[in-house]
Design a protein around this ligand. Sequence first.
Ligand code: SAM
Length: 216
Amino acid sequence: MRLRNKPWAKDKIAAYPQYVIPDPEARRGRWHELFGNDRPIHIEIGTGKGKFITEMAKLHPDVNFIGIELYPSVLVSALDKLIESELPNVRLLNANAKDLTSFFADGEIARIYLNFSDPWPKKRHEKRRLTYRDFLALYDRILSADGDIHLKTDNQSFFEYSLVSLSQYGFVLAAVQLDLHRSDIVGNVMTEYEEKFSAKGNRIYRCEALRPPQQS
Ligand SMILES: C[S@@+](CC[C@H](N)C(=O)[O-])C[C@H]1O[C@@H](n2cnc3c(N)ncnc32)[C@H](O)[C@@H]1O
């Protein structure tokens, strides 16, 4: 925890407000003005060291990406990748996912990526899981009508929990892969954790879930 609170990380983040947006509340409903276009916005929650989001942004210049990470000491690695690549279609937030609806207006986000989210295996920590129903309610609000969630993990229990939680909330499971690296999926971009755990031989699980159908 000491490592995560290193003040130099906060200082570095503060020095790059063009990349790590210091006032996300002021951008609520107006992110397209910041990006200077009307392209869809995809967010990654728990973006970690930023490999996924920066590689995705290179591959998909027609999409705007926002990476959200709780810990400054982790986010600085993502910031370094952004400084080096100067990608115009990525921004970062040093923020907690519980505040998502302060940063994004209803329907403003087209896709949410949850990559190797902390599984919080103890039942008493269930509310911290990023697929707990209270988080799903936030995602439901900020996602557009045809928005979706793409989730990857190597943790079987967390994956099973997430499938049940998503289904019970009303999200529609559009794709479920029980062994991503042995499937025929093309264009998979690996995260730092995905590289680490798949190198150990861990199976990678993946699903896509569509926002709950709206009542007419
Ligand atoms: C296990 S790491 C995975 C990092 C990266 N997605 C990857 O696959 O390599 C999970 C990350 O999510 C971040 N995180 C956990 N809960 C969060 C929350 N509520 N809001 C924002 N970030 C969070 C953690 O700080 C950590 O960096």
